[in-house]
Design a protein around this ligand. Structure first.
Ligand code: GTP
Ligand code: MG
Ligand code: ZN
Length: 310
């Protein structure tokens, strides 16, 4: 039999069959790990082959090749990586400017990783109902950074329903990974998209305005969005504090900023790092205002981090 891994907890994998039933599976004892760099050999989104046992549990014997996957460092300083999900059609980075505030540094690290792993991405600014006149200019400015870089940007509110039709239209029929800090409203957004989901949503404590890590493991929720036809797979994930990137070099980094990639062939040196080299087309574009300075600053910060980690 074969199916889609929709939940992983400890050594158990919940597999969704084509007929809509699920089987809880374990991994065959001698299953060959793809190297020991990854803490989890199978992630949500993987398509697996399994044998059904007498007790109605399954034993996974094989995993299909992935079209893509997204990884982060297992812990802050770890060399090991954690696969968040596999076979993703779209990454929705859920961000907020109020309670908690998402930095562009965080968004850019996720976007860079999405580019590196060939996953289309969008930025969803949630909790727009909390954006007052004072905050609105900052929201528009931040959103413009990503629109200009070529990413779809949405404004949503899980509370008022603002922007949900646009979000539903963007994600229908796709497998969509929702990622972002704890408390930005990932689970609340999924509930708002499909009220039958009834996912657990956290409380924001007034004193700290920090999320509480309500969602504790990644899970795929198959849904049929109201007013949209086609099966959609929504992946809810636990909030992350920092996004630990892996696996690429300073030389590669600018290729994962689409607006830099578009001009870097005009740099004088083929191995330009766009920091101090003369004749750098990226720096020229920043000075000319066609590349956003915030994105460039985050580029520098990520490349510093890559160098420090080497
Ligand atoms: N005002 C407002 N509150 C929201 C909105 N979306 C979510 N919230 C609230 O924000 C809090 C956190 O929402 P969750 O959906 O649990 O956040 P999460 O991103 O899933 O958090 P983790 O599971 O911890 O990663 C809850 O109290 C929600 O009611 C929104 O659009 N507007
Ligand atoms: Mg959640
Ligand atoms: Zn350059």
């Amino acid at each position: 039999m074969n199916g889609l891994v929709i939940r992983t907890t400890g050594s158990w994998y919940r597999v969704l069959n084509a007929d809509g039933t699920t089987v809880d599976c374990r991994l065959r004892g001698n299953y060959r790990l793809r190297g020991n760099k990854q803490t989890n050999p199978i992630a949500v989104g993987d398509h697996v082959v399994f044998d059904l046992q007498d007790d109605d549990t399954g034993v996974i014997t094989d995993v299909a090749d992935r079209s893509n996957y997204i990884v982060r460092r297992a812990t802050k300083l770890s060399k090991q990586t954690h696969v968040i999900a596999a076979n993703i059609d779209l990454l929705c980075i859920v961000a907020t400017l109020a309670a908690p505030r998402t930095s562009t540094g965080f968004i850019d690290r996720l976007l860079v990783t999405a580019e590196a792993y060939h996953i289309p991405a969008c930025v969803v600014f949630n909790k727009v109902d909390l954006v007052d006149a004072d905050l609105a200019p900052l929201l528009d400015q931040t959103a413009a950074i990503y629109t200009e870089a070529g990413y779809p940007v949405l404004y949503t509110s899980a509370i008022t329903g603002a922007g949900l039709d646009t979000l539903a239209a963007l994600i229908t029929g796709r497998t969509v990974l929702f990622s972002g800090h704890s408390g930005v409203g990932k689970s609340a957004l999924l509930n708002a998209l499909d009220p039958t989901l009834d996912l657990r949503v956290g409380n924001i404590s007034d004193w700290s305005l920090k999320g509480r890590h309500t969602t504790t493991f990644a899970e795929i929720h198959p849904v049929n969005l109201p007013n949209h036809s086609g099966q959609t797979f929504l992946i809810d994930t636990p909030g992350i504090k920092e996004f630990g990137m892996v696996d690429f070099t300073v030389q590669e980094l600018s290729h994962f900023f689409p607006e830099m990639k578009a001009v870097l062939h005009d740099c004088r040196f083929a191995n330009c790092t766009h920091r101090h080299e003369p004749g750098c087309a990226v720096k020229a574009a920043v000075e000319a205002g066609t590349i956003n300075p915030d994105r460039y600053v985050n580029y520098l910060s990520i490349s510093d981090q890559i160098i420090a980690d080497q």
